[in-house]
Design a protein. Structure first.
Ligand SMILES: *Cc1c(COP(=O)(O)O)cnc(C)c1O
Length: 375
């Protein structure tokens, strides 16, 4: 059994993927081929924003947005304490200060009350200037944008939606990657929409900023490639990945998003009497980058992981360490305690989740978890 079965997905989509790859090789347009623009248009339309700018990976996507906004030393960017390292890494990479914020026990996402508490402390201290909130749509579930937007307006902050895991999620009739002032995603193979290598994208409505980010993406180019007007970087998505994503986007929209939601429902129905199952608030849709349960203690979590492993069931701990405890952030000041994120790191366990998971496999996994709890 696979945790995320990319081989099964390939077998389902093989004909179209192979054709797409061959077409790129025949045309030899490995950089900036027509598939890039086609993909950017389709993605922008799907998300419901004016511009999609593809790039080399989800980390670069975040970094280029912070560059475009001029985030620098002395600026504060608020980041959830329970997320993948890159969400905070990009802040320090720009020389700014990440301020970590505790998360909600039910949704795993940044908690609005704790965010406001951190903002007030930073303002009272008066050393750093609050600029941006990086909201992460963790495990596929959009963050609480209604509350975040109120706070952002109140304190005049921008929201950068890190939708690396959130692509496909919804609140009401709006899609994830449209909730930030600018939003980003990742096409790392294991993300909800993944390619066959690294890839990422930026989503926004503002024309001027889009032009600025496109310049940053290609060495700060002006009118032509050899007219360089600002310091940028090299962060393009390559055409082979775009052709793969064109096929995968179709499958994602037509079948896969529905499939993972049905699988999540099955898991929850079978398991909710035995373990804490993930909560999807009313009006929200998750794209189930992960299906993450919570056990009662670190010991129980580790024992269950081991137990499942003996039956050939893979499981993962996302994440074993909160951001404020990462060695790379030694010396970064904290403004609050992190009771929830510290607890989650000890008690979470992510189960196999992908659109090609079979009913028999789900039953087998749930059966073993129930056996374990009833020992
Ligand atoms: C994967 C991920 C990233 C980084 O994406 P890459 O494409 O791997 O650079 C950033 N933030 C979150 C929350 C992620 O899960």
């Amino acid at each position: 059994m696979q945790f995320r079965d990319l081989k099964a997905q390939y077998q389902h989509l093989k004909r179209d993927i192979d054709e797409g790859i061959q077409a790129v090789i025949n045309d030899a347009n490995f950089i900036s081929g027509v598939q890039i623009e086609e993909l950017e248009q389709q993605l922008a339309k799907y998300i419901g924003v004016k511009h999609c700018i593809t790039c080399a990976n989800g980390t670069d996507a975040l970094n280029m947005v912070l560059m475009a906004w001029g985030i620098k030393e002395g600026d504060v960017v608020f980041v959830p304490d329970f997320t993948f390292f890159a969400s905070g890494e990009v802040v320090s990479f720009r020389g700014a200060t990440p301020v970590f914020v505790d998360v909600d026990e039910n949704t795993f996402n940044i908690k609005a009350e704790r965010l406001e508490e951190a903002i007030i402390k930073v303002l009272d201290e008066g050393i750093f200037v609050p600029k941006v909130i990086i909201s992460v749509d963790l495990f596929g579930l959009p963050a609480d944008y209604k509350s975040l937007r109120l706070i952002a307006s109140k304190y005049n902050l921008r929201i950068l939606e890190d939708g690396a895991q959130g692509f496909g999620g919804e609140i009401g009739n709006k899609r994830a990657c449209s909730f930030g002032d600018i939003s980003t995603t990742s096409f790392f193979p294991a993300k909800p929409l993944g390619c066959y290598g690294d890839g990422g994208a930026i989503f926004l409505n503002d024309d001027e900023t889009a032009k600025h980010i496109k310049s940053i993406r290609a060495h700060g180019k002006g009118e032509t490639k050899y007219d360089n007007i600002i310091i940028g970087c090299n962060s393009r998505l390559d055409t082979l990945q775009a052709s793969i994503l064109l096929t995968k986007l179709k499958a994602f929209v037509n079948d896969e998003l529905t499939a993972v939601n049905m699988i999540a429902q099955k898991y929850t129905k079978s398991l909710s009497n035995y373990v804490k199952t993930p909560v999807v608030p009313e009006g929200f849709l998750s794209s189930w980058a992960q299906y993450t349960i919570q056990l009662t203690s670190e010991l129980e979590r580790d024992e269950l992981k081991q137990y499942l492993n003996t039956y050939g069931i893979p499981s993962m701990i996302y994440y074993p360490k909160p951001m404020h405890q990462q060695i790379a952030f030694n010396g970064v000041k904290v403004y609050q305690s992190f009771n929830i994120s510290e607890k989650l790191c000890k008690t979470v366990l992510s189960l196999p989740m992908h659109p090609y998971l079979l009913n028999d496999e789900i039953d087998f996994i749930c059966g073993k978890i129930i056996d374990f709890k009833c020992r």
